[in-house]
Design a protein around this ligand. Structure first.
Ligand code: QV4
Ligand code: CA
Length: 512
């Protein structure tokens, strides 16, 4: 009996590692700060047709509204209640988006902020996205309701009440993260409110959650909350499907709290991945692309089955969170396309692509003075919708990295090579490397300051393939470079270090 329960629990927790993507899709995209109506349209017109597996959405619940600075993006990480009206839209718009995305095979993953409510200095009144009254000073949130009994302050032992030392696991979990009112998740009542919020979303059809600030929550409390979650809605998912859980834990080493403590609960964000990949593509600290032959667990990253990987995220693309200056973002577009291409070609982890908005970046002594700036907005602070230009790029300050040809085509590449092993590695002991994915795909990078000119074994069937980086296959024609693979699987590659994008990728479905 005991064994049976153990097996059941193990099976249950394992299931939370599965993103439940449809039709062999393998990548998700974070549509940071997008409105629900725009995401619904994007699922139908772009994400579904181009093989994206899912969307990470910004927090959908009621949040504080801040005037100074003016409507920062981070106001959404300060919950006021679990009512579903936010800067991205109303509950009806949210439901419509979930339905329409599910109907085209694109999953929705919710960013769940459950460690805290708003900052202690958040004041009192109805400056909240659904207009609910609250008092930060009295720790009173009647529309949940939470009262001062539901917060952790009595457990926190620091002078300021904030986390002061990340070397002390107790204060990291029980004190306030940058002054944010810390919820007492050991209380059954609080767990019930959080699980109720998440279950409402599951019943609406979401496929899972990015759980915010997990380092600041006890794994036991999270286990209790996840254990209360419903199975996914059987309108779109097989019976018995557990919600996909990926937990934000920043573990670059050197702290007592590690990612490992969360592995049994779901996947975990692997922050080493983007930090190291950025250092490699920037060629800092003597790093070389050729050193990535054993990329993945060989680099000390977490086990493949636990990892959620990304080149940059909404925090570290603007100096918040972790990773520092090595992180590559859309601001360094040429390096960024290569780094994202590398990630999507490589079998390690569940991959997340970032989709950003532009802001007036203004770096003084290494710090971005405008790191707070919210999404493209109208004068009243409401978020602008995302216009699509005739060339398929986005307007009005939306970057839409996920629509860049090179990135979109590598999302398709990843789907085409899904399940195939990392194979046929080649490098020049510097920054020119190539690898394949069985007999389904092959990619070649030149991040050196000289040309690449080499014949390689691709492992692919003979034929002419269209490079999906410099162009793509359209009908029976190729708008980019053509690569001729001989009957022996060998092909000649020439990549100038001055090419617009110094990498080439071919796959089974780009064969002409
Ligand atoms: C300020 C002072 C505090 C003071 C407080 C008083 O800094 O010392 O006690 O006022 O009220 C914003 C402001 C911050 C302010 C705080 C509370 O930037 O200056 O504190 O609000 O009012 C995002 C932003 C934060 C922002 C927060 C809430 O990054 O700047 O804080 O939203 O609006 C660690 C964690 C990791 C975290 C990462 C950023 O381990 O979990 O830091 N990442 C996630 C999210 C991130 C989010 C949060 C967690 C919090 O990805 O976007 O923080 O939900 O590494
Ligand atoms: Ca906490």
């Amino acid at each position: 009996m005991k064994l049976l329960i153990l097996v059941a629990l193990f099976g249950l927790s394992l299931a939370q590692h599965n993103p439940h993507t449809k039709h062999g899709r393998t990548a998700i995209v974070h549509l940071f700060e997008w409105r629900w109506a725009d995401i619904a349209a994007e699922c139908e017109r772009f994400l579904g047709p181009n093989g994206f597996g899912g969307v990470q959405i910004s927090p959908p619940n009621e949040h504080i509204v801040i005037n100074n600075p003016w409507r920062p993006w981070w106001q959404r990480y300060q919950p006021i209640s679990y009512n579903l009206c936010s800067r991205s839209g109303s509950e009806n718009e949210l439901r419509d988006m979930i339905t329409r995305c599910n109907n085209v095979g694109v999953n929705i993953y919710v960013d769940a902020v459950i460690n805290h409510m708003c900052g202690a200095g958040g004041g009192e009144g109805t400056h909240s996205s659904c207009g609910s009254w609250f008092s930060a000073g009295r720790k009173d949130f009647p529309s949940v309701p939470f009262t001062h009994w539901d917060f952790n302050d009595h457990k926190c032992r620091t002078g300021s009440g904030n986390i002061e030392n990340y070397g002390d696991a107790n204060q990291v979990r029980d004190c306030r993260l940058v002054g944010l009112l810390d919820l007492a998740l050991e209380k059954d009542y609080v767990r019930g409110k959080v699980a109720g919020f998440m279950n409402k979303l599951i019943d609406m059809g979401v496929a899972g959650f990015r759980v915010d600030a997990c380092k600041h929550m006890w794994p036991g409390d999270l286990a209790a909350i996840y254990g209360r979650l419903h199975n996914l809605n059987t309108k779109w998912f097989p019976g018995g499907s557990r919600p996909f859980i990926f937990q934000e834990v920043i573990d670059l080493g050197g702290e007592p709290i590690t990612s490992r403590e969360y592995f049994h609960l779901g996947r975990v964000t692997e922050f080493k991945y983007g930090a190291r990949l950025g250092t490699i593509f920037r060629k800092w600290n003597g790093e070389k692309l050729s050193y990535t032959k054993n990329w993945g667990e060989g680099w000390g990253f977490m086990p493949n089955g636990n990892a959620l990987v990304f080149v940059d995220n909404h925090d570290n693309q603007r100096g918040h969170g972790a990773g520092g200056a090595s992180i590559v973002t859309f601001w360094d577009a040429r390096l960024y396309k290569m780094a994202v291409g590398y990630m999507l070609a490589h079998p390690y982890g569940v991959t997340r692509v970032m989709s950003s908005f532009r802001w007036n970046r203004h770096i003084v002594n290494g710090k971005d003075q405008n790191d707070w700036m919210g999404p493209p907005s109208h004068g009243d602070g409401s978020t602008k919708s995302v216009p699509i230009n005739p060339d398929q790029t986005c307007g009005d300050g939306w970057v839409c990295e996920h629509r860049w040809r090179q990135i979109k085509n590598m999302v398709i590449f990843r789907n085409v090579v899904n399940g195939q092993p990392h194979s046929n590695w080649w490098d020049n002991q510097s920054n020119q490397v190539a690898f394949g994915r069985g007999n389904r795909g092959f990619i070649v990078f030149n991040n050196d300051d000289w040309d690449l000119d080499v014949t390689l074994n691709t492992g692919m069937p003979g034929g002419t393939y269209c490079d999906v980086i410099s162009g793509q296959k359209e009908g029976n024609r190729c708008t980019g470079k053509q690569i001729h693979v001989g009957g022996d699987g060998r092909a000649h590659f020439r990549i100038s270090n001055r090419d617009e994008d110094p990498f080439v990728a071919i796959h089974a479905e780009s064969k002409l």
